[in-house]
Design a protein around this ligand. Structure first.
Ligand code: 5GP
Length: 178
């Protein structure tokens, strides 16, 4: 699936990811929510696959919603400037909200998302990220649930892309160039 100058080294296997997601779902279910269904926010596009698997392990009433963001910058570097490409279709005022993200790298994207959602007055706002890359942290963000803490490598697959490719790879791999 990789081109001649790109190779993907397996990093987190499909079974390993599935087992961790089942644990995350159990923990999120134990934390629970208030009287209204938990609003679970899928941050598009990268978290679509994680979101689809995670929500099947959340044993609570839920409302599932989608937020489209696109970060400016190069193919492997986030600039921190984020554009909203699709807004939520639900008012989150006084609601318990869980943001589901694929990866937190510098933290700039999550910081932006937390700011805009917090301004809408939710009852609570929590974050679940599949991957966390602390080596490149530029801003501290609240991460309530983390699937895997990873090294400073560029990963693709399981929803994550390189130049809009590899999102359909069923495992997470490290992208090598050249
Ligand atoms: P941050 O704003 O935390 O630096 O980066 C967040 C966004 O950058 C992620 O949602 C993702 O789109 C992209 N990103 C950061 N690290 C990686 C990586 O290792 N692989 C891929 N495919 N995208 C990444």
């Amino acid at each position: 699936m990789a081109t001649a100058t790109e190779t993907i080294d397996p990093y987190l296997g499909a079974a390993q990811i599935a087992a961790r997601i089942a644990e995350l779902g159990r923990t999120i279910s134990e934390v629970g929510a208030g009287p209204a269904p938990l609003v679970v926010v899928c941050v598009l596009k990268g978290s679509f696959m994680f979101f689809a698997d995670l929500v099947r392990h959340i044993d609570l009433p839920t409302n599932l919603v989608f937020l489209g963001v696109s970060s400016y910058g190069g193919a492997t570097e986030s600039s921190g400037a984020v554009r909203l490409t699709h807004d939520l279709t639900l008012d989150i005022r006084d609601r318990d909200v869980l943001i589901v993200e694929d990866i937190v790298d510098t933290g700039l994207t999550m910081s932006y998302l937390l700011d805009i959602l917090r301004a809408r007055g939710p009852r609570s706002l929590r974050v679940c990220t599949l991957l966390h890359k602390p080596a490149r942290k530029r801003i501290d963000v609240q991460l309530d649930h983390v699937g895997f803490t990873i090294d400073d490598v560029f990963v693709v697959g399981y929803g994550l892309d390189y130049d809009e490719r590899y999102r359909n790879v069923p495992y997470i791999g490290v992208m090598r160039f050249g």
